[in-house]
Design a protein around this ligand. Structure first.
Ligand code: CA
Length: 688
């Protein structure tokens, strides 16, 4: 290089240094390739959902110097499960009930907040939902959020002002929405959940990102043939159903797991389980029940069906395929393949050719007892007799919580490995006493069509792990046993690192290749969010929301053993950098419920039994299996409200705690109230 050239280059650098960095235009092109890594513009960083960053300033060699740069207190928050976005030095994320924040990533200062007033909108739907939200989407200066009560809301990224909102579900039904919307080609798409508590028919809807006007809708399962089919795909799907499935909804709800595949201009949809779970009730006589538990590819512009692969034909275990779908270029059979990778609940890891939906390989990544293997010729599982609980009660691995749930896995193209927050945990299935002729779909209650007694979940059931998996060789490369269940999603970087927050509140960095634990920090409460990384002015940061929540809190003692009690431990946004010097702010130690016995209370066994049934259908979702609360809501065994008839009625019948998210159950009878009070006293006495 000549001297003058060098001087010219230096002057250019100076010039760039003084000019305000240009605003990033987050469009399809940017979302597909993700730029230079300075931003984290989408849920999975790029539309590939890889959760991989090309930044390597923080790396396996220096991550031991990682420290806290700043901490933002989020005093009103409870469940923090979102993946934040980072665009041009601003972090965007959703907290409980989709309250939305923009935070200056340099200082941690909150720039704006938006409250979609979810509780006010939700009405009775508060009964079947948590407060969780997996995060926003960002597109061309707009932040788009979903709300648990079923809306999509577009906000101006600069001001947080609402631009439009669209209702995406029938508010008379107990559908909920908690997934991150996805954006592509000037559209934003969202699905919904509801299979456990409604005659739910799943679908996804795409809206115009500028106006909120509906662009297209794709139903996952067919409706009543008498009403006519929406398209040829539904006509085809209807041939795989029996009975009057539409009366029970059918299910297939897409509450997570949508990936825009720019290379084929298709949307890949991971579909849900049946409504109800039990196929004998849902589709008597069997059938594959398309498109339950499938990956369905539809045209991104029209929503027209292209191809599908079904992971669980005739599903009957809640083995949905709603887990994140990762796009990757892999060498397979000596050829480069544009593949998708998925580790759905059912315990098999799938590689599928996204050009045509062809299954390339599927192998067990955890303990699986419902199927021997997946037959690659037919693409169908070879099921094990008895697994469909056809002969009575059956213990099946995995259970309804899956071998992997919504906590996202990441894929590192440098190591070629995926990092899966996995666990082995069984489920006990039994449908004795369920009569297909009489069973009715629930409505704002939980009833999956199999026994759901609401017993406590033992502390030591199963084993959670962080699993580094080679998707091409289909084998484990390394793994770490983790504290019980519900550990958060992973993030991986060019710095040969994997980051993960854990249920016990520890945030850990591992060597991505070998799995060595290189750095960790205890952050004072269970972590349920995946971390992100980005850079500002050439300096790399890692940010993480720290706040326990998101479904796993239902798991009784299994969840409660960590001691993250309702409203006790602060919720925070942490940002880390090399040589960050801030201390971990104080947090109370883990705490456990102290069941309250009322010695002169005479428990009536019959009333308590009635209360147990009510509890399992209406209360357990938040207050925990076996009435052992995992942190989502108060533990009723120690509640003084539950010892005072007037106070209890004020909360349960009249909605005195509505603002906290406790729904009103105005229809409960005197017998119901007494039943609940007797069951609460029984559980308190039994567990004191
Ligand atoms: Ca489900």
């Amino acid at each position: 290089m000549t001297k003058s050239m060098r001087a010219w280059l230096a002057s250019l650098t100076l010039l760039v240094g003084t000019v305000q960095a240009a605003e990033t235009v987050v469009d399809d092109n940017y979302l597909a390739n993700g730029g230079d890594g300075s931003n984290w513009p989408a849920y999975g960083r790029t539309s590939t959902e890889q959760r991989y960053s090309p930044l390597d300033q923080i790396n396996a060699g220096n991550v031991n110097k990682l420290g806290i740069q700043w901490v933002t207190e989020l005093a009103n928050e409870r469940s923090l499960i979102a993946t934040p976005l980072a665009i041009d030095g601003v972090l965007y994320f959703t907290g409980s009930y989709s309250r939305t924040y923009a935070v200056d990533a340099r200082s941690g200062k909150i720039l704006w907040q938006f409250d979609p007033k979810t509780i006010e909108h939700a009405g009775d739907r508060l009964r079947i939902m948590w407060d969780i939200n997996r995060g926003p989407a960002y597109y061309k200066g707009r932040v788009i959020i979903s709300t648990v009560d079923g809306r999509l809301v577009a906000l101006d990224a600069k001001t947080g002002k609402q631009l439009w909102e669209a209702m995406t579900v029938d508010p008379r039904k107990s559908y909920y929405v908690n997934g991150a919307p996805k954006v592509f080609r000037d559209k934003v798409i969202i699905g919904n959940g509801g299979t456990e508590h409604e005659a739910a028919r799943g679908y996804v809807t795409a809206y115009d990102v500028e106006t909120g006007k509906q662009a297209w809708r794709f139903y996952i399962v067919p409706g009543n043939p008498a009403d006519g089919f929406e398209n040829k795909a539904m006509e085809m799907a209807a041939k795989t159903w029996n009975g009057e499935w539409w009366k029970h909804g059918g299910g297939g709800n897409v509450w997570n797991g949508m990936t825009y595949d720019a290379e084929f201009n298709q949307l890949l949809i991971g579909t849900g389980n049946g409504s109800p779970w039990n196929q004998k009730l849902r589709s008597p006589g069997g059938g594959d029940n398309l498109f339950l538990c499938s990956i369905v590819a539809v045209d991104a512009d029209t929503g027209e069906y292209k191809w599908h692969y079904q992971t669980n034909p005739g599903e009957t275990w809640d083995f949905n395929a709603n887990m994140d779908i990762v796009l990757a270029d892999v060498q397979y059979g000596g050829k480069p393949i544009k593949a998708l990778l998925q580790a759905p609940k059912n315990g098999f890891f799938y590689i599928i050719n996204r050009a045509n939906g062809e299954l390339l390989s599927a192998e067990k990544f955890g303990k699986v007892t419902w199927a021997e293997r997946i037959d690659l010729k037919t693409g169908r599982p070879v099921e094990i007799k008895g697994a469909r609980y056809e002969d009575g009660e059956e213990l099946v691995w995995p259970g309804p919580w899956g071998a992997h749930n919504w906590h996202a896995m990441s894929y590192n193209p440098d190591t070629g490995l995926v990092y899966i927050p996995a666990w082995d945990m069984p489920g006990l299935y039994n449908d004795k006493g369920f009569d297909p002729a009489k069973w009715q779909s629930p409505h704002f209650k939980v009833d999956p069509g199999v026994a759901f007694g609401g017993e406590d979940v033992p502390k030591d059931i199963g084993q959670a792990r962080l699993l580094a998996w080679d998707p091409v060789k289909q084998k484990k490369v390394w793994s770490h046993d983790l504290p019980p269940v519900w550990n958060a999603g992973t993030m991986t970087t060019k710095g040969n690192l994997v980051f993960q927050g854990r249920a016990d509140g520890e945030f850990v960095a591992y060597d991505a290749t070998k799995g060595d634990k290189l750095w960790s920090m205890k952050l004072g409460v269970g972590i349920s969010s995946a971390p992100i990384t980005y850079s500002i002015d050439g300096k790399q940061y890692v940010s993480l929301l720290v706040g326990w929540g998101g479904g796993g809190t239902i798991l009784g003692s299994l969840a409660a053993q960590h001691g993250w009690k309702y409203k006790m431990h602060p919720r925070r946004l942490y940002t880390f950098a090399l040589d960050g010097k801030q201390p971990v702010p104080p947090s109370p130690p883990p705490a456990f419920a102290q069941p309250l016995d009322v010695p002169d209370f005479k428990i009536d066994a019959k009333l308590a039994e009635h209360g147990k049934d009510l509890f399992a259908r209406s209360c357990l979702y938040c207050h925990g299996a076996g009435m052992v609360a995992g942190g989502e809501a108060p533990d009723l065994r120690e509640s003084t409200i539950a010892t005072d008839r007037n106070a209890f009625e004020a909360v349960v019948l009249k909605g005195a705690k509505l603002a906290n998210g406790m729904p009103r159950f105005a229809e409960l009878t005197t017998q119901d109230i007494e039943g609940l009070m007797h069951f609460i006293r029984l559980r308190a006495r039994e567990t004191k």
